[in-house]
Design a binder for this molecule. Structure first.
Ligand SMILES: [Fe+2]
Ligand SMILES: [Fe+2]
Length: 482
């Protein structure tokens, strides 16, 4: 069998020869009904019977890996797909650097590895749960389809992690796979493991910000795990990254189209001051300062996902060869970092300043720095749109100390420029930086469904091109074809 092709004959599509691995096949088939129950309970609400124009992976060849067709979401073929094995691959970093990669879990790192897989796995169903109400207020069928595409692929990412747990971690792997179906985003008793995945995604601007900022954290984590010396994890993450690219496309273009619509409406109405918020809102579009506040919120929540700036867990995972740096293979150093340092932004005597820290302990900080660079690239593309239309406004990422709940800056209140505020100042200024109740109410007032083929809500511009090159009047979701 060609490893690039996916076998769709059994219950679980795969390119890992599941047919010849009865133990894992049975374990996954046993897990399958629980997954479908979870999807029916916690997946997109109200559209489970609609026909959605979705892509499904048919190969892991980066050129032409997907086919598009109408699918009812519960019938989506979730499968186990790994990027092809690279011959003679060596562990690229850490104390085992240069040794052959592991095809089985190294005993001494078993607990650490399982934890990495479980944490990644937990984020995947969480975002589906967070986004489950959004279909009802979709600004177009095009956007609705993109939401559902992201949702089914996050479901597949859960499958990817569950495969690793079932295949490589025995009984405790099976228990973890079960627990991944039990936790619920935002549930006070059984929440998801990470903070940002227990927040609400109440509206479509939040959804686009989430896919821009939080799925991009996913990309960074997957890039770091794709370097892993545990080869099955590396191969799994490499294929997930091809799917993840679409999620960030959805986020980046979604926000771009909102910004574009706002700026165009302002131009037409001859409003040049972006801070004439009430006038702009009367046009049925989202004012730029509110878009900025949403970016502040989602950026800061996502930074918390990188964990403590200085972290022994991160050092241990790197040292062991389990989790590398962003694009480790492109970095020019000894890939062991035993004697290197890295500047970490810290709060020292009430001032925010850099401090040289052992590089191994600073790996979370480093990944976060790479993340911020990646975010800024996207933000500058947003700003080009504003500039081209000629509105004097620039979206800026807030300072990394702003609105933090984890790490160095969780003990302080900083404004978006990194000035330290007293608790009273923070309370007074909070809604200058973050969406107020009134901002939320306004956004919510715009969230009216637009389900007519080829039409878009007032506050978002149509996309430049359709999915799979479909024309503007393509029916991406056949809602009533139940
Ligand atoms: Fe994912
Ligand atoms: Fe994603």
């Amino acid at each position: 069998m060609n490893i690039q092709q996916v076998d769709y004959n059994g219950l679980i599509p795969n390119n890992v020869s599941l047919g010849g691995d009865m133990r894992v096949k049975r374990a996954l088939e046993k897990w399958h009904p629980g997954y479908i129950n979870w999807w029916n309970d916690m997946g997109p609400e109200g559209f489970q019977k609609s026909l959605v124009y979705l892509r499904t992976a048919v190969s892991v060849d980066p050129k032409g890996w997907a086919k598009f067709d109408y699918v009812r979401m519960p019938e989506y073929r979730w499968g186990v797909l790994l990027a092809p094995q690279q011959e003679d691959r060596k562990i690229p970093f850490g104390t085992h650097k240069g040794e052959d990669v592991w095809q089985e879990v190294p005993g001494e790192y078993r607990a650490m590895l399982r934890r990495l897989v479980v944490i990644q796995g937990d984020t995947e169903p969480a975002s589906v749960e967070q986004q489950r109400h959004l279909g009802k207020t979709a600004p177009s069928l095009y956007d609705m389809r993109n939401l559902f595409q992201v949702n089914v692929e996050e479901g597949r990412h859960l499958w990817a992690m569950v495969y690793l747990l079932q295949k490589y971690f025995g009984t405790d792997g099976r228990e973890e796979a079960e627990a991944l179906l039990q936790r619920r985003s935002g549930d006070p008793d059984t929440p998801r493991m990470l903070g940002a995945f227990n927040e609400k995604t109440p509206d479509w601007l939040s959804f686009f910000m989430f896919t821009f900022f939080t799925d991009r954290d996913g990309k960074m984590q997957l890039e770091a795990l794709a370097q892993s010396g545990f080869d099955p994890l590396s191969r799994t993450c490499r294929f997930m990254l091809t799917e993840e690219a679409h999620h960030m496309f959805v986020g980046e273009t979604g926000v771009t189209r909102i910004i574009q619509r706002t700026c165009e409406a302002m131009k037409e109405a001859e409003i040049s001051d972006p801070y004439e918020i009430e006038k702009v809102r009367k046009l049925g579009v989202i004012d730029l300062p509110t878009i900025q506040k949403k970016a502040n919120l989602h950026f800061s929540l996502t930074l918390d996902l990188f964990g403590n700036e200085i972290s022994t867990n991160a050092a241990n995972a790197f040292h062991a060869g389990l989790k590398g740096r962003y694009r480790e293979h492109r970095l020019d150093d000894d890939h062991q970092l035993e004697s290197n340092t890295y500047p970490v932004l810290r709060l020292i005597n009430g001032k925010i300043q850099n401090e040289d820290t052992p590089a191994l302990s600073a790996l979370n900080m480093r990944l976060r720095d790479d993340y911020v660079v990646d975010c800024n690239n996207g933000v500058s593309r947003w700003n080009k749109v504003i500039e081209q239309i000629g509105i004097p406004f620039e979206i800026k990422l807030p300072h990394v100390a702003f609105h933090r709940h984890i790490g160095e800056f969780s003990r302080t209140n900083a404004d978006v420029d990194g000035n330290i505020l007293s608790p009273a100042e923070w309370t007074n200024q909070r809604t200058d930086f973050l969406p107020s109740a009134a901002d939320k109410d306004f956004i919510e007032s715009l969230m009216k469904p637009q389900f007519e083929v080829g039409k878009f809500a007032s506050w978002i511009a149509p996309p430049k091109v359709g999915i799979d090159n479909k024309p503007g009047d393509f029916e991406y979701v056949k809602i009533h074809d139940a």
